[in-house]
Unconditional design. Structure first.
Lengths: 158, 431
């Protein structure tokens, strides 16, 4: 049932979310907290990003979150943390862009554009979700919160 | 055709199979399974009689209305005004002038709220600091946000009757403080007749009586009740009633504000433009009486004609019979849900003073996942906060799944849903 959408990888992340729980101190200038909601369904996420200087420039040192929502939004947020933590901001943003492209593909992915599995790892399991436009917003909730928090933190660091 | 009451007694209310044959969409399959459409509180389907009426009108009689002298213009105007008369008859309104065609209920509420906001200070309809507007905690956002905006614009205070969210009377209005919350300062009492999320049917008589005692005007959101319950504006006693076409077998894009004609004539315009005027000069204009005063611009012509056809269809079956039939489906659904472990009904658990919209949650499965999994079985339910976020907050849930039956649903479809919920539980507990 729901084979195209509810991939085992997604269900794994839903059952055992990675990096869940809020960490860091919001009074730390490197930490930004945001709260995003999906107004059509009531899903919400509170998410913190900590940026810091790394060997390859500004780096996503930590992403932590609390949230309530459906399997897709919760699993997608968990996968997102795996994909961006420890990455230079620029590289993490590229992954964000790739995931966004995947979600907007309506199941018609251009194979040559990226080495999708390499860039998105577990995120590729969400390819099926792109065929259900009503659920794309669920899959993007955590990513949008991360992008917002990261942009704010980066602006603050400059 | 007979339908089964929960006790197993057979009772002939109307021929459900014959009704089903009038709805082309009900022959559809979703993912290889017959469609089970239980999202009627959100929007209903349309019978061929409604589709044909709109097509015939547009194909042969269409023109703009209330302008011009040519034959089509006259035919279109006649059809439009006959539609108004049909809708008026359908809700027991003695005077068709009380029927204003709007886009939907949302526009009907906004029309009233903005019109009151335009009333000159000191007039009977004007609101200001010290005045109050009372709503309820179970309002659809459409009967809440426009009043919040009116309160903000005028300095009036918004109050609300709370709901009970636990105990045997869960999902009802808590009227303990009715006399305090609806008081001499209350200018408007706006409330929903039948809740779209809880299914609760509110005691209109009690609320209207209290409003009359204190001289408050009453707006009744009848979006769910006009399609599903025998409805007569003379019985409900409200000053304004809003309902919409697409929930009662008619098209989307047309709704109705009914108001007492003399009250509508007293209200300032909401939107200005063509058709709503009397004398227009460069400096200022005077306005047409109701209903034209509130129908600026080219109105929803063919949709109004189709809505009248929907009224005729429902009258043909008999709304009282529809209401009684739905009650048997609702009873079966409530009984069935009670028997499923881990399911909680959000709203009244009995058919007492209740409509067919039944919200529920399943332990450990988010409503979106419930809805998606049911869709795989061809079963359409609504998931989300149903534009009644305060109710979800009151119950401490982010969202609910909601099944809502209508005149064309069957006992077998209710059973298919209940069976589907077992599949949902099995799938999500194995993950």
């Amino acid at each position: 049932m729901s084979e195209s959408m509810y991939q085992e990888i997604i269900l794994d992340h839903y059952r055992n979310p990675h990096h869940k729980g809020l960490r860091g101190d919001v009074s730390d200038p490197g930490v930004v907290e945001v709260h995003h909601v999906n107004p059509t369904c009531g899903d919400e996420v509170t998410l913190r990003v900590r940026l810091g200087e790394g060997p390859e420039g500004m780096t996503v040192q930590d992403v932590s979150y609390e949230g309530a929502g459906c399997s897709i939004s919760q699993a997608s947020t968990s996968v997102m943390t795996d994909l961006v933590i420890g990455r230079p901001v620029e590289q993490a943003m590229e992954r964000h862009d790739a995931f966004l492209e995947l979600m907007q593909s309506r199941g018609q992915l251009e194979p040559g554009r990226h080495d999708w599995e390499d860039v998105l790892e577990d995120g590729i399991a969400f390819a099926g979700v792109s065929r259900y436009p009503a659920r794309v917003k669920c899959a993007l909730l955590g990513w949008m919160a991360w992008k917002d928090a990261t942009a704010q933190a980066a602006a603050r660091a400059q | 055709m007979t339908s089964l009451l929960p006790g197993g007694t057979s009772t002939a209310l109307y021929d459900v199979e014959a009704v089903r044959r009038d709805f082309p969409v009900l022959t559809r399959e979703i993912g290889g399974r017959p469609l089970v459409y239980l999202d009627n509180a959100s929007s209903s389907h349309k019978p061929v009689q409604v589709l044909d009426a709109e097509r015939e009108f547009v194909a042969r009689h269409y023109s703009n209305v209330h302008r011009g002298v040519h034959t089509l213009s006259q035919e279109a105007t006649d059809a439009y005004e006959q539609a108004r008369a049909t809708v008026a008859r359908f809700i027991g309104a003695p005077d068709p002038r009380g029927v204003v065609f709007t886009k939907n209920v949302t526009e009907a509420v906004n029309l009233v709220a903005y019109s009151l906001g335009n009333a000159p200070a000191g007039s009977r309809l004007a609101l200001g600091p010290g005045d109050e507007i009372c709503v309820t905690e179970m309002e659809h956002h459409s009967n809440l946000v426009p009043w919040q905006l009116l309160a903000q614009r005028t300095g009036a205070t918004l109050r609300w009757l709370p709901i009970t969210a636990s105990g045997p009377d869960s999902g009802r209005l808590d009227l303990t403080d009715l006399e305090r919350l609806v008081n001499e300062r209350t200018k408007v009492l706006a409330f929903v007749h039948q809740s779209n999320i809880l299914g609760t049917v509110n005691p209109v008589d009690v609320l209207v009586r209290r409003a009359r005692e204190v001289g408050a005007l009453v707006f009744l959101d009848a979006a769910q009740s006009v399609p599903n319950l025998p409805f007569d504006v003379r019985d409900v006693g409200a000053d304004w009633v809003g309902f919409t076409g697409h929930k009662m077998l008619g098209p989307s894009g047309v709704g109705v504000l009914w108001g007492r004609p003399e009250l509508l004539d007293e209200m300032p315009p909401f939107m200005g433009g063509g058709s709503m005027i009397e004398v227009v000069r460069m400096e200022a204009s005077t306005y047409a009486p109701a209903p034209e005063r509130f129908e600026a611009g080219t109105p929803v012509i063919s949709q109004a004609v189709a809505l009248a056809a929907a009224c005729d269809y429902l009258s043909g079956v008999g709304v009282d019979r529809v209401a009684r039939y739905e009650l048997t489906l609702t009873a079966r659904l409530l009984d069935g849900l009670r028997a499923v472990d881990g399911v909680r009904v959000i709203g009244p658990d009995t058919t007492e003073m209740r409509g067919s919209a039944v919200s529920f949650e399943i332990d450990g499965v988010h409503p979106h996942d419930v809805g998606q999994t049911l869709d795989e079985l061809g079963i359409a339910v609504r998931v989300g906060h149903h534009c009644a976020a305060p109710v979800c907050r009151r119950y401490g849930v982010p969202a609910t799944a909601r099944a809502s039956s209508y005149l064309y649903n069957t006992v077998e479809e209710i059973d298919a849903l209940l069976e589907g919920l077992e599949r949902v539980k099995a799938f999500w507990s194995s993950t």
